[in-house]
Design a protein around this ligand. Structure first.
Ligand code: GDP
Ligand code: ZN
Length: 458
């Protein structure tokens, strides 16, 4: 277990109103005291108080910044260690100098996610809650934040714990039967076991069924805008990003090679793919022809196909229509301010059941309708977040699937008349997989890997 004291800047880098430096560990208060000057020493103030004072350079003794220092003694803190939070006035220089001063007087620079890792290791939160902290940091819409918050509050953990307890009960029952084979009719136990296993199967299935929605809320809808040159793809991109305040993401460690923009359309996070590609490669034939672009398009959750109202349908439009028919897509007929040359009946025929929206991006008409169509398509408006337990994390989904497989093995085993102590093994596996979701029995390197995805200071 770590016993040193760590420090890091906990607020995003850059010019801000205030910046917070967090210190955690057994020496947190005494280290902070060495660089703090206020009415009283931090060692003498009560826990959970905010204290006004100054940060003093330990060498030159000059004032670095005017600060508010929150002292929180263990165990009622995020890490369950002594925690000191220093709110600086902002501007990077005083913040960085304060951090340097802390490092010079005995603190160690925290690794990314180390505060949260300590909270986990000290039993303050379980692994799914820790992961939720990361989701919360990355949340791009209110909904995503709420979902992460629900998970952070332990909703998923409670669910998993309940399932595991149910399995434990069954296992206990089985143990009795296996230990005293003469005691009961094995048949009775098998019948009961079957019922219980089915219940557990249903509950895991229900959790997994939230995964698609959860993934959408968490990661956004991968959206591609396609259409031949000059139909208004870039204009559409601009309209969507201007209407819906593009969300700035500055998450360290995220891949930068895929260019995409986030927009928030009525609470639905759209991830507009490869915008640079759309902007620069005006040749759609080339775009779609290139294998990589095609793959990106195939992986899109939503395709927006733009057609030109002022030109007749050409071969390329037809090909695109043909192709999008098998996808979740919307057809957008743009430039309705110009005289019509497009045969709309033909478009309707070729679009199958796809919704068709008419727009004039130049005159800013039809954008509302488009947003309405998008929100109808993904129906998130109907999802009740209040009691929703969402599974959105790929690791959790994977483990739940494994648990489900194991439970199904149990059911198959019973039906095949396998001895119950064989069936028991699969049930134990299910219990194990569920445990990994909340960090029970997770290998240490996996824990390190999960926490290293956090940004610094969390
Ligand atoms: P892209 O090649 O598909 O990305 O198309 P752009 O968005 O670059 O638009 C091509 C041209 O059409 C630009 O000059 C736009 O200003 C113009 N344009 C876009 N939407 C409309 C519209 O609704 N009406 C008219 N009249 N022009 C439009
Ligand atoms: Zn951060």
């Amino acid at each position: 277990m770590d016993t040193d004291t760590i420090a890091a800047i906990s607020t995003p880098m850059g010019e801000g109103g205030i910046a917070v430096i967090r210190v955690s560990g057994p020496e947190a208060v005494s280290i902070a005291d060495k660089i703090y000057k206020g009415k009283k020493s931090l060692a003498s103030v009560p826990s959970h108080t905010v204290n006004y004072g100054f940060i003093i350079d330990p060498e030159s003794k000059e004032r670095i910044d005017e600060v508010l220092v929150t002292v929180m003694r263990a165990p009622r803190t995020f890490t369950r260690e002594d925690v000191v939070e220093i709110s600086c006035h902002g501007g990077m220089i005083p913040v960085e100098r304060t951090l340097e001063a802390l490092l010079a007087t005995g603190a160690r620079l925290a690794e990314p996610g180390e505060f949260t890792k300590r909270a986990f290791l000290n039993g303050r939160i379980d692994l799914s809650q820790a992961e939720a902290v990361m989701d919360l940091i990355r949340a791009k819409t209110d909904r995503a934040a709420k979902m992460a918050l629900g998970q952070h509050e332990g909703r998923l953990s409670r669910m998993i714990n309940r399932l595991r307890n149910e399995i434990l009960e069954v296992l206990a029952h089985l143990a009795v039967n296996v230990d005293y084979p003469e005691y009961d009719a094995e048949e009775m136990t098998a019948k009961l076991l079957r019922e219980r296993a089915q219940e557990i199967e249903r509950e895991i299935e229900r959790l997994l069924s939230t995964a698609r929605q959860g993934k959408i809320i968490r990661e956004g809808i991968h959206t591609a805008i396609v259409g031949r040159p000059n139909v208004g793809k870039s204009s559409l991109m601009n309209a969507l990003t201007q209407e819906n305040k593009a969300i700035v993401t500055d998450i360290p460690g995220t891949t930068r090679d895929v260019i995409e923009e986030y927009v928030n359309v009525r609470g639905i996070p759209l991830r507009l793919l490869d915008t640079a590609g759309i902007r620069e490669t005006e040749d759609v034939v080339e775009r779609i022809g290139v294998e990589r672009s095609r793959q990106a398009l195939e992986q899109a959750d939503l395709i927006l196909l733009v057609l030109n109202y002022a030109e007749p349908l050409n071969e390329e439009d037809r090909r695109l229509l043909q192709w999008v028919r098998n996808h979740t897509a919307l057809v957008i007929v743009n430039k309705t301010d110009l005289p019509r040359k497009l045969d709309l009946d033909q478009v309707r025929e070729l679009s199958g059941d796809l919704p068709i929206i008419t727009t004039s991006l130049k005159e800013e008409r039809g954008i509302e309708d488009l947003e309405e169509a998008i929100s109808r398509l993904f129906k998130l408006g109907k999802v009740d977040m209040a009691d929703g337990t969402y599974v959105s994390n790929a690791r959790h989904i994977h483990l739940l699937k494994k648990a489900l497989e194991s439970v199904r093995e149990v059911l198959n085993g019973i039906d095949a008349g396998m001895p119950l102590d064989m069936v028991e093994i699969d049930l134990k596996n299910a219990w194990q997989f569920l445990g990994e979701v909340i960090g029970d029995a997770v290998a240490e390197d996996l824990i390190d890997q999960i926490f290293s995805q956090f940004c610094l200071g969390k």
